[in-house]
Each structure stands twice: as structure tokens, then as C-alpha cells.
Design a protein. Sequence first.
Length: 341
Amino acid sequence: MKELLTLGIESSCDETAAAVVRGRHEVLSSIVASQHDIHDKYGGIVPELACRRHVEVIRPIVAEALKKAGAKVEDIGLVAVTRGPGLVGALLVGVSYAKAFAFARGLPLCGVNHLHGHVMASFVENPDAPLPMLSLLVSGGHSELFLVERPGAMKRLGGTRDDAAGEVFDKVARMMNLGYPGGPVVEKMAREGTVRFDVPVARLHGGESFDFSFSGPKTAVKNIIRVFEEKGEPTPVADVCASFQKSVIDALTAKTKLAAERVRPKSISLAGGVACNGALRERFKKLGDTLGLPVVIPPAALCADNAVMIAAAGAHMYMDNPESPQWMNYLEMDADPGWMA
């Protein structure tokens, strides 16, 4: 019997992605089309422009993913697509394409939660990671802590009260005219700087909460910049970036350590676009050493938005319950921009 081939489609924000996965984890192809060239001039994502680009490129991106995988359309046995959360217009493009692709061929269709997908990325190259796993998901729109009992079964322990970590990286970069996306350039500048400014870490409920708050570091950076502007002096950008980045990483690792001490997982993982940050990856590995726990961090290509994680998550859901009628209920599935894990 041939192993299941899953076509994954991701279009929740400003990347159009398609991938083909065999079985639960084997990656045959992964294609991602970025939109940074469109949104850079605006300093952030313009939803209408993002939606239009998805419409333009989704068909050739899927075709390229199939070609790279050495697969034909008739080889696909399951379609998995990001259903939410995300930008509603962007999600609708992916969901509509996936529904049409599946319906035309009578294939099962699986709507995947984007956050589940990011956490699932930890299992793509580490399917035997010890469970339960404590997963820190850090992206442009989310900063969340999950306890993963098994792939697809997650309990939310805490999350951001205001700005997500990736969102604050972008906003801080915009304050200093560093361009978009802000995360990579802030990280680059931080490597050249010295931590010399007080950028506070929020201590919610006396530091005993699993939630995050990043509006404070953002405001602190704004105030530092204003002081230099009032003096008529240039802002020491590299030092500000280093101080800001340390504050964010301190908060992320402190909450993860607190949660690990409470829930006693057998491993910890780091997921989401901000997990591409080298300084955060290093601190997370050190945290694992401190806790005496194995650390799972996917390669950068599986941390940023991609369709491999969606295909793998969908394959797990489907293969765990292949006879469920929900997979053929095309009309009932629609984009859900507010769908939280």
C-alpha cells in the first residue's frame, strides 16, 4: 500500500507556501514565496496587497511543490490547509484553492490551525521527541506557551497580553527606520551593540503568571530614542537593539523556565518565526541544559511560515481518524481568522 501523500497549503499572512509530505513526517518538497518586497516600503504588512499576491502566485507555487516532490496531482491523497488564525483575506485565498483542489478530485480536506502547525514543526525532524513537551511559540502575531501531550493535542498555558514578540521587533525596527521585516535586522544590529539601556521585563502577577507582555519594552525603546532626539544626538541604534533584544529573550526564557518547573515536561521546544533568532536559540539551548531537558528547535526554514508544518499536522489528524466524515465536508469548512489553539 502506497504511503499517503499530503499537499499542504499555507497563506495566513504574507508568505504563500505549498509542500508535499509523505506519511506523517517525510518532506518531499517545500516552496515558499515571500512578499517582503511588497511590504517593506510600508514598514509592515498591508492586508489587501498580501491577499492580491496570494491570488497571483498560489497556483504556480502548488505546481512547483508537486514538481519538486516528483508527484502528480493524482498522487495526492490528502489536502491540508491553514484555516486560521491570520489575515482573513489571505486565509480565504488558501482555503478556497484547497477546497477547489480537494473537491474536484474527491480528496479528503483538513483545515489546520496555524499555531498547531508551528508546534508540529518540532516533530518533523524529531518525531520521537519525549512527551509531554513544553513548547514556546514565538511569531509575529503570537507568543504562546503550550503543553503538548502528543502531536495535535495541545493545552495552552499562557500567552501575550498585548503585542507579540515578533510584532514588537517589527515596531522597534520601524522606530529606528531599519526596514521590514524587523526581526532579522534588529538581531543583526544587536550583535554589534552593547546592552547598556534599561529595557524592563514585565512581571505579571509578581512573575508567577505564564503570560507575556511586550508593550513595556516597546515603550522603553521609544523613550530612549526620544531622549537622544531631544539632545540632538544620534540614537545608538546597535546598543538600543542589543538592550531591547535581551529584554525580550529574558522574558521568553524566564516564563518557559517557570512553566517547566510547574508542569514537569520531558522536553522543551521552540517554534515560530522568531525562533529563527540566533540569540534566542542559544539561550533556549542553555535553558534546556539548566533544566536537564532535551531541547527541540526546528531548522529556520521550518520556524518561519511554511506549508510543511501544515501538511504534517493535517496528515497526523487524518491518519489518526481516517474514517471521519469531516474530511469530506467541504462546504462546512471556511477560513477562521480568530481561531485560537
